[in-house]
Design a protein around this ligand. Structure first.
Ligand code: ATP
Length: 227
């Protein structure tokens, strides 16, 4: 569960990125976040991951009131989340297998668990044949599937994706969101920022539209109104 109560964010240079945002996302939902450049979408995600703190208002993620979360506890909160980025953020000198295994290693998983789980997750994103490749040897879509495998490896309850299809071929974008849908069916809540209206229309999920720092639409019929 994610709850925003009267949340505003003003950056230190005075930019008001979000104003009085109120919303609720239930466990298991798949939500697209849309809006023009500079609307406040990334800020919204960064408040959930505690990369930024709200200037006003309260945020609850799961059982945790983020305002009460100490800085030292932020890494534990992040372990309940998987994150996928537009620029993939893979470690270039590691293979596909190592990139995914590393995410398990840093949370203290045993070598045995890592050897068991990494092939399973690589199979889930259809990359079992690329385990020994380096990121530079992969297409954009394949690199993003590695990013997704890495985000999923520790079984997060929540997947946060900031324009995950922004750097890949539009045709492959659908493939990535298909994978997100599969993951969502298994119970993971998904928040995905995107500029691609064709994806939003195709997948027909809840859409939160942010404009100038405020939520201007929150609807499951968004694609009908924007057809
Ligand atoms: N660290 C920061 N310091 C000051 N202002 C910032 C900072 N990060 C973002 N902003 C400003 O806050 C506003 C919202 O930015 P944000 O990145 O949330 O928008 P966005 O909707 O994700 O945009 P885009 O689609 O272009 O990525 C913008 O005016 C931006 O310039």
């Amino acid at each position: 569960m994610i709850e925003f109560q009267d949340v505003s964010k003003i950056y230190s240079n005075g930019t008001k990125a979000l104003s009085n945002v109120n919303l609720h996302v239930n466990d298991g939902e798949f939500v697209f976040i849309v809006g023009s450049s500079g609307a406040g979408k990334s800020t919204f995600l960064k408040l959930i991951t505690c990369e930024e703190r709200p200037s006003e208002g309260e945020i609850v993620v799961g059982e945790q009131k983020l305002n009460e979360l100490k800085r030292g506890d932020v890494p534990y909160l992040r372990r309940t989340m998987g994150m996928v980025f537009q620029d993939f953020r893979l470690i270039q000198k590691m293979t596909v297998y190592e990139n995914v295994a590393f995410a398990m290693h840093v949370v203290g998983a045993s070598s045995r668990e890592i050897r068991r789980r990494v092939p399973y997750i690589l199979g889930l994103v259809n990359l079992q044949n690329k385990a020994d490749c380096h990121p530079r040897e992969l297409s954009g879509g394949e690199q993003q599937r590695v990013g997704l495998a890495r985000a999923l490896i520790n079984s997060p309850r929540l997947l946060i994706a900031d324009e995950p299809t922004g750097n890949i071929d539009p045709a492959l974008s659908f493939e990535i969101v298909d994978l997100f849908s599969e993951i969502n069916k298994r119970g993971t809540t998904i928040l995905m920022v995107t500029h691609e209206h064709s994806l939003v229309k195709h997948f027909g999920r809840r859409v939160i539209e942010i404009h100038g720092g405020t939520v201007v639409a929150d609807s499951c019929n968004w694609e009908v109104r924007h057809a």
